[in-house]
Design a protein around this ligand. Structure first.
Ligand SMILES: [Zn+2]
Length: 273
């Protein structure tokens, strides 16, 4: 069985694909790996040098941790896989970021854009994330260390804000004309249907989420309006936090699944010897 993929929609943060000839266990494995195991960068430790703001150090550190960072997966090692094996990390497994902000002229908001990184490739994905509000003469100065990690340990290392799949819908509309009744067209929350020459027509098949409201709303007892789903076809949506391009998340998830299966196979072989 050869899995076939078709790209439905793709931009910097979103990817929607149709996957044919796959099954639920495969789709779910990819989904779970994308959420919990594909690594990305996040701030792990913060050294406060000066904090005269009203927020405690811990709250600021938490906010910094949850700020998504652009991740350079090819240049850095996961801390546990790095040769240094050091708690503090080395240049291959840690990025140092600094923030030095002061409110000289009055109250102001400090945004993620003020964070300076030793590696310009590893920076907050947006420079408009508010970190703290400082009143006049308050100061915040800190050094932060970002490291690679996995979502299963902490949500800050989740490279996707959403990763989900649904069955590929299959809709059959009645052949006969439906005069005076547009109930299925009107009730559909996703606006899947439209009327064409007094017949019900599918306007946007992939918008269907199989809620069956249209089938229930049809007053005809023996209506030929039916909503089903393809057994082995799915629509998968990935929304990246911006840490990695969504297609890279999917590629890494496939790679990790392959590695896990290889390891499993090796262990079976070892057991048999
Ligand atoms: Zn290291």
């Amino acid at each position: 069985m050869q899995v076939k993929i078709e790209i439905l929609e793709k931009n910097d943060t979103n990817l929607r694909i149709a996957v044919k000839d796959a099954d639920v266990p495969l789709m779910n494995a990819l989904r779970r790996i994308a959420l919990a195991e594909v690594p990305c960068m996040a701030i792990e430790e913060v050294v406060m040098i000066e904090n005269s703001s009203i927020l405690q150090d811990e709250i600021i550190a938490h906010r910094l941790g949850l700020t998504p960072l652009k991740t350079d997966l090819d240049s850095y090692n996961l801390p546990e896989a790095c040769e240094c094996q050091s708690e503090f990390g080395c240049a291959q497994c840690r990025v140092t970021l600094t923030l030095d902000a002061e409110a000289k002229d009055g109250t102001r908001t400090v945004y993620s854009g003020e964070i300076v990184s030793e590696n310009p490739e590893v920076l907050p994905v947006s420079d408009k994330i508010p970190i703290i509000k400082l009143a006049k003469n308050q100061k915040l100065k800190l050094e932060a260390y970002a490291r690679l990690g996995r979502g299963k340990k902490h949500a800050k290392w989740q490279p996707v804000s959403m990763c989900a799949y649904k069955y590929y819908p299959k809709i059959t509309t009645p052949d006969e004309k439906c005069v005076d009744c547009q109930k299925c067209v009107d009730i559909c929350p996703k606006k899947v249907f439209t009327m064409k020459d007094e017949k019900v027509d599918v306007r946007d098949l992939l918008a269907c989420n199989l809620c069956m409201d249209c089938v229930e709303a049809c007053p005809k007892k023996s209506s030929s309006l039916s909503v089903e789903w393809e057994k082995n076809a799915f629509v998968m949506s990935i929304e990246s936090t911006g840490a990695l391009p969504p297609e890279r998340v999917l590629k890494e998830a496939t790679k990790l699944l392959g590695e896990q299966l290889n390891e499993f196979e090796e262990q079976i072989k070892a057991e048999q010897q």
